[in-house]
Design a protein around this ligand. Structure first.
Ligand code: HMG
Ligand code: MG
Length: 297
């Protein structure tokens, strides 16, 4: 049976903006985040601690965090030791580390092999846990890699198990370039049910590049997944994954879930108001269906 409650993790301020060519004013980012909080988003990726040379859009991370921390779950991404050091200094409580299952992708994204990244992160995660931090592990290219093609499920499961063994609180399993289809999504999430410890949170992260994201969410629900990453307006994409486009739009996910009687606690109209804050700054057409429908009527 399908879950009757789902948690939405809003990734618009991070995944949504990181690939945008225009420099978006820090004030606008803060206004966007606050508008999303007004919509009752309880978990959100605010920004990332990455190299300003690699991802210039995220260089104002400290200023964004300073204005936006509150008593909800506010994630900041960090891929390495330097990122984790910046995290400790920021006063944030919730961190998201990220590694690609595909070696080629991980090298393009963070300039290390998958194993090198994992080895660097292991002691850092142990420390973070000792300091009472919430650790989310984003597992990229969990289904397909833009460089290597189909990623074997066993490799994804192995990386998920390695992170689980490190004591992370959550695995966010990502279809980075939106190539996955529902049957393989169902199968992978069904296999991930047996991951230990049992209380580890499992989240689906779908990009809608080929229009399969909502179908993949439905397939995940059938496999018992009740947490999804999504991006207001359907903004998003990883700058180091060629062809990557937006995350599935939060408002489109909400429409589907609410229509199925699944509660999220999030207000669709207020999410659409939040999109209005950043829409004028976007150089790409927003992928959201509901947003365009609202603007047309
Ligand atoms: P590198 O050049 O190999 O780094 O980049 P390095 O260790 O050789 O250091 C070079 C310089 O970068 C040094 O500065 C470091 O201090 C600095 P310098 O001495 O030259 O002045 N540096 C940093 N500065 C700020 N923050 C840091 C940091 N680390 C080193 N954390 C690095 C390695 C990881 C930094 C680089 O590759 C990078 O920043 N990559 C960012 C990748 C990224 O942000 N990708 C998008 C997010 S992941 C994603 O979108 C996927 C996801 O949505 C799930 C999915 O859909 O799959 C999560
Ligand atoms: Mg992503």
């Amino acid at each position: 049976s399908l879950p009757d409650k789902v948690t939405i993790i809003e990734v618009g301020p991070r995944d949504g903006l990181q690939n945008e060519k225009n420099t978006i004013p820090t004030e606008t980012k803060i206004q966007f985040i606050k508008a999303l909080k007004q919509a009752n988003i309880q978990e959100m990726e605010l920004t990332s601690f990455v190299s300003p040379k690699w991802v210039p859009q995220m260089k104002d991370a400290d200023d964004v965090i300073e204005q936006c921390l509150d008593n909800t779950r506010n994630f900041v991404l960090a891929p390495n030791q330097k990122g984790v050091e910046r995290f400790y200094q920021s006063g944030a409580n919730d961190i998201a580390v990220f590694v690609g299952v595909s070696n080629t992708f991980n090298k393009k994204n963070i300039n290390k092999s998958t194993d090198e990244s994992l080895e660097e992160l292991k002691p850092l995660i142990a420390d973070l846990k000792q300091n009472g931090k919430f650790v989310r592990a984003c597992v990229s290219t969990a289904f397909y890699c833009p460089y290597e093609g189909k990623v074997p499920a066993e490799k994804t499961i192995k990386l998920c198990e390695a992170f689980a063994h490190c004591g992370v609180n959550e695995l966010s399993v990502a279809d980075t370039v939106g190539m996955a289809t529902p049957k393989e999504v169902y199968q992978l999430f069904n296999s991930l049910k047996s991951i230990q410890p049992k209380n580890i949170l499992i989240t689906g992260h779908f990009h809608n590049t080929r229009g399969t994201a909502l179908a993949n969410i439905y397939a995940s629900l059938e496999a018992g997944v009740d947490r999804f990453d999504s991006s207001a307006g359907g903004l998003g994409g990883c700058p180091f994954a060629p062809g990557a486009t937006g995350n599935v739009a939060t408002e489109d996910v909400l429409y589907m879930l609410h229509g199925m009687g699944i509660d999220t606690g999030v207000d669709i109209e207020k999410v659409i108001h939040a999109v209005d804050v950043v829409a004028p700054f976007m150089t790409r057409t927003l992928d959201s269906k509901l947003y365009h429908l609202q603007k047309a009527t």
